[in-house]
Design a protein around this ligand. Sequence first.
Ligand SMILES: [Zn+2]
Length: 149
Amino acid sequence: MVIYNLLCKKKHTFEGWFPSFEDFQKQAEKKLISCPSCGTTKVEKVPHACAVHVKKEQPAVPAKKQPQTPAPAPQPSAAEFKEMLIRVHHYVKENYEDVGSRFAEEAKQIHKGEAEERPIHGTATLKDAKELADEGVPFIPLPKPELDS
Ligand SMILES: [Zn+2]
């Protein structure tokens, strides 16, 4: 079994399943393949499409006796999460100007075009954050990693 991505003359793309490439060619020659969107038989194979071979024995639905639940995405452990946070903070420190407790003020000025547009970081109180949000100033609150050192 091969699956081809097909393209009609009106640029609709759709999948076509064929027993083999020869069958696809035969059906295309006889104009047996039509676009499901507009019905045209002027259909061609998308050049970069790749054929996917599907095993005939493969059931459409996995049997319930053997649940084939995909492995859940690994949740980062507390240590990994902390490491990630530290990395983010490190990046921010390297690339963003530290404006400390003036963050909210600076962010507002940049937003209004009163200060030079630049990446900044600093500390904001909950009240500051609410004000920034109210004024539509874009900012990302970052949890502070608790550093052992
Ligand atoms: Zn079409």
